[in-house]
Design a protein around this ligand. Sequence first.
Ligand code: ADP
Length: 522
Amino acid sequence: MNKISPRFDFLFNNLNKISYFLIDPTHFGAVNEKMAEFCSLNISEIEGKPISVILDDHKIPAVKKFNEEIFENGLRSTAEIEIEIGDEQKIIKVDTIPHHNLEGEVDFLLCLAEDITAELEKEKKFYKNKKRYRSIFKKAPLAFVVSNRETNIIDWNDKAEEIFGWKKEEVINKNFNIIVEEQSYSDITELIENVFEGEESYNINKNIAKDGSELFCEWNTALIKDRNNKILEIISIAQDITEKINIQKRVESQKEELRYSELRTQFFANISHELKTPLNLIFSSLQLLEYKLKNTLSDDTYQFDKYLSSIKNNGFRLLRLVNNLIDITKIDVNTFQLNRGNLDVIKLVESVADSTKDYLETKNRNFRFESEVSSQIMACDPFNIERVILNLISNAVKFTSEGDEILLTIEKKDKNIIISIRDTGIGIKKENQNIIFEQFRQVDQKFNKQREGSGIGLSLAKSIIEMHGGEITLDSIYGIYSRFNVCLPIETIDEKNVELESYYADSLLNKIELEFSDINNI
Ligand code: ADP
């Protein structure tokens, strides 16, 4: 095919591809302008000439053989051919189409070629880069998981081994699902499909490590495509954010807890009012009744006295419980406040001792008070310190028997005042010595049934003393003695002195009745 008709000539020359005819395996027929341009020759320098005009001698046999085969078998075929044009090495991809004559023989070949040198160069660069990134990614601080179009893993770096627990050899050719929990398989497939469609590649997933543990990872996925836009690899980069998520969850639950405790405090504030109002009414009615009875000259008053004391005592027990519950709740949510002033703490404890003395005698306890210090002005909340001491004395009565000893002492050690309550009662086993300071803890539930109590007293005492900057400790030998030591730092606060006399306007005797109401048991 040396010459082509003018109509075809127009078409041939305007083809977007390098085109030429081969009239036999080694000779060109007509060639188009694109071909001439590509070869940097004139059309006349190629047309009808042997292929050696553009091919090196050593390349000719292979090209000749390829063409001969098409002439023989009549089948269209493609090949990549290297050609040296000037100093440049070029590669063309040639689609060779045989033309059959009326006898069915192949009489010439139409070749449509494309210069793919630049693309091949790009690909080469890509593979060079790929080699380079492989070595960087092995030691990268993020997990790299490389998989193919079918999401089977083809590479896996050191960090991936570390966070997912699988060695590289164990995961190669396994599906990506190996690190995905079963119920999320379809989600992941959908996600990858979306990435294929060009959607956002960032997501947070729950993953499963080799040992079955769950972890949260932040994933970024990128696609590596070839020049025909075919997906070669999926590179997924993961960062383990389990700790971050857990912290977030903890913060959430703390917020929830805070909301709940605010509700709880509000509830207790309301309920305390609701509980205290009827109690106060009961107490004032009681007072009135007592007064009336005193002025009645009836023989039955003894019976009335007994009932009235029972009502009063149980009223106190309820009141004490309500007060303690409210305060422990306030302490839990940090809304409990001390009302501290500078006062003589020795005097304060001494008056507690004086007021309880008679009562303890009626209970047949040998009570003694000893202080090596006669006066010590320091900052404390008299109401709450008194409450702690009364609670410790009331416990000492509760866990001793008639004839036992209760000793209240005060000493000064360094910059502290130490108030101790020692009793020769049942004592506390070593293993229980810490837990009795926890909320609602009583040592022996069964045993304590005979002794009333809620298990709040000591935990409240501990908090009150700690809020004073002090501490409460215990030493005890089971069956022999218990000794609670309240250690308070000697310090004063600015311009807030409290006269105990004014403080005592609020009767201490009532408070004793209140704090001891559990023991009275009437
Ligand atoms: P409760 O209101 O039940 O007395 P506390 O918090 O005051 O609660 O005391 C907790 C527990 O500590 C008591 O139930 C008892 O088991 C133990 N305990 C407290 N004081 C003494 C003591 N002086 N001797 C023996 N055990 C005691």
